[in-house]
Design a protein around this ligand. Structure first.
Ligand code: SF4
Length: 351
């Protein structure tokens, strides 16, 4: 049974107000330019925009389409090249999925519809609907964090309610217009970003304030979850001009080059020194390294679901040892490889 019934009068004022606001206030974004209105470029922009600010994405998007202007050009891209270009954008899984998806597209063409696009790695409910709405005007409900925020305010929904996601889906579906959905969802996105902002929404100049139950009210916030902190040790092992480097298989940093790391562990603050000593001694024993080490300091890196504190130790080897799972690279060579922002922070710390 429907929990919400939105009448036609509301729907019509909603759409009219949002679209007329958009025609005047539309953001000038590179992927909205006429020459970028094709599947390949919209796909790249949507993937980059996941969990990432528009201002951060713009230079990466421009660099990407300069290097691979068309999908045919992108078919020739190597995973390492994509990861290198992605350096600093974070959430590297997205770059890996782009690679896997283009390998599939190379073998088989796919229809632009929300249903078909979901078969590609890295394309879920939101991206598939968004691409299909923008390019094919498909009337599917496009829902991301921005749209969730604006709808929850307009309908005064409680984000901590178990039914929150199904309520949003129901409301978004009822409000999705049968025609012109591509423009509608981009307008809603701009309104959420420019007016109904996460902090300090500009209710006074909001075109839909008369439809909004939260207009002027204090905005309810979602309960903040405590983000766990994990610890790891980074081993900066050097012999002459060479550094010991691992091409990591660990899921979050897969295929990126990094100094060897110990496993990520949840450790109480008071036990961090103990963790460091034990991790270093077990790692050095494992690789039969008999020399001394120096503690350099620490850096912290934020992943989406935990923060990682990296304790850095430096080891200078008197002779070159050979390892199965690592390689020796000079700094110059390392700079040509894709590395994570966490690795950049460690590099800066040991300089
Ligand atoms: S009136 Fe305020 S809270 Fe409501 S949609 Fe507009 S900006 Fe958001």
């Amino acid at each position: 049974m429907k929990e919400y019934h939105i009448d036609n009068k509301f729907k019509s004022s909603w759409k009219k107000k949002i679209l007329s606001w958009y025609f005047v206030n539309k953001r000038d974004l590179p992927w909205r330019n006429k020459e970028n209105q094709n599947f390949y470029r919209i796909w790249i922009s949507e993937v980059m925009l996941q969990q990432t600010k528009v201002t951060t994405v713009i230079p990466f998007f421009k660099k990407f389409i300069k290097k691979w202007p068309t999908l045919d050009d992108f078919f020739n891209a190597k995973l390492e090249e994509i990861l290198k270009l992605w350096e600093g954008l974070g959430y590297y899984k997205r770059a890996q999925n782009l690679f896997r998806a283009k390998e599939l597209l190379r073998k088989k063409k796919i229809n632009i519809s929300s249903h078909s696009l979901k078969k590609l790695p890295g394309i879920g409910e939101y991206i598939s609907c968004s691409i299909s709405a923008i390019l094919k005007d498909e009337a599917c409900a496009v829902i991301d964090g921005n749209i969730r925020r604006i709808l929850s305010r307009v309908f005064d929904l409680n984000m901590n309610n178990k039914k929150f996601n199904s309520q949003i889906k129901e409301i978004a579906t009822q409000l999705t217009p049968k025609n012109n959905n591509g423009t509608y969802c981009q307008s809603l996105m701009d309104l959420a970003n420019l007016i109904c902002r996460p902090k300090n929404p500009k209710c006074i100049i909001c075109p839909i304030s008369f439809l909004c139950k939260s207009n002027g009210k204090e905005i309810k916030k979602k309960k903040k979850q405590q983000i766990p902190i994990k610890l790891t040790v980074a081993f900066v092992v050097r012999f002459e001009n060479y550094f010991l480097i691992e091409k990591t298989k660990e899921n979050l940093l897969q295929n990126l080059f990094t100094f060897p790391l110990s496993e990520f562990r949840k450790v109480e603050e008071k036990d961090s020194k103990d963790f460091l000593i034990k991790s270093v001694s077990s790692w050095m024993n494992k690789y039969d390294i008999k020399t001394t080490y120096a503690y350099v300091g620490e850096v912290t890196h934020k992943f989406s679901h935990f923060h990682l504190k990296v304790l850095i130790v430096k080891i200078i080897l008197p002779c070159k040892l050979y390892f199965n799972n690592f390689e020796w690279l000079t700094l110059k060579k390392l700079n040509q490889k894709p590395v994570s922002s966490m690795m950049m922070k460690i590099k800066n710390k040991v300089k």
